[in-house]
Design a protein around this ligand. Sequence first.
Ligand SMILES: Cc1cc2nc3c(=O)[nH]c(=O)nc-3n(C[C@H](O)[C@H](O)[C@H](O)COP(=O)(O)O)c2cc1C
Length: 137
Amino acid sequence: MKSLPYFCRGEVVRGFGRGSKELGIPTANFPDSVVEHLPADISTGIYYGWACVGSGDVYKMVMSIGWNPYYKNTKKSMETHVIHTFKEDFYGEVLSVVMVGYIRPECSFSSLEALISAINSDIEEAKVNWTNPNTSN
Ligand SMILES: Cc1cc2nc3c(=O)[nH]c(=O)nc-3n(C[C@H](O)[C@H](O)[C@H](O)COP(=O)(O)O)c2cc1C
């Protein structure tokens, strides 16, 4: 993918709210304008990279781009899980991300547990893909 690394930023908007509640893995959704600006060669799937909320610290992230086949969404979304435990939600704040690499295509799963375990493997992969000299993440 020639567009990688790809940088984008946008205000965090509300998704369906399933990330935290059903999956136990909070995800931050970008507005449609950010999704629509994605270069054509960035395919749907799961990516890893770095993220920062407002002017806060930089953490690793995993991002899902697409239609969430498990939930059969009709609208394409970009959902970022920042690999850090935040004290509070950050709806309305500006999330800046740089997508560095591709992990896998989006899949449908036979159970919620299988989806959760795939996302946890993505997080593990993002953690081992490179070492960050500044943090223990
Ligand atoms: C790293 C990562 C990988 C994901 N992989 C998939 C996937 O393979 N299939 C799928 O249907 N959804 C996948 N999702 C999307 C979740 O289903 C989605 O984040 C969840 O439905 C919460 O959405 P909401 O914020 O709109 O409520 C993934 C999300 C993340 C952060």
